[in-house]
Each structure stands twice: as C-alpha cells, then as structure tokens.
Unconditional design. Sequence first.
Length: 91
Amino acid sequence: MTKSSKTKLEYQKKYNKEHAADQVKRRRAQRHAIAKGKSKVGDGKDIDHKKPLAKGGSGADSNTQSKSQKANRGWRKKNPEMYGANKKGKK
C-alpha cells in the first residue's frame, strides 16, 4: 500500500474514528500523572493502563501507572496471544 492510497486513507479515517475516545482517555491520564508529579513531559515514561482500554479498562487514576516506554510498549512481543496476534505462518 502506498503512503496515500485510497484504501489506506479510508482505513486510517475509520481507525481514528473508532479509537478517538481511547485517545482522549490516554491524554487525560497523561495530564493527571503530570499534575500529580508521577511523570514529567519528555521523561521517557508512558502511562500504562493496568487493564487495557481495548479490553474494557477505564481511564481512572486507579487503573493507571507510570512505566518506562520500553516496559509499556514491549509487552506485546512477550504476550502476542492477548490481542489476537497469530504465530508465524498461521492465520
């Protein structure tokens, strides 16, 4: 797919529409963590949702924690089955 193919643009538009509410929750959680001193702008940390938003988790402060980007973003490689990722060669 080229960068600006019609199919890709339609997919991105649909994805953004479906995930807009989760994006708002992520930004709000980041602002709350900064206000409470748990995180700083540009400190290399992410706000981790203990129960992921995609799995029905909330954006409440009780469901969030501050983690390094590496720890927060790297867990999917260790647990691919959680989000329907298939093993190599299988669909």
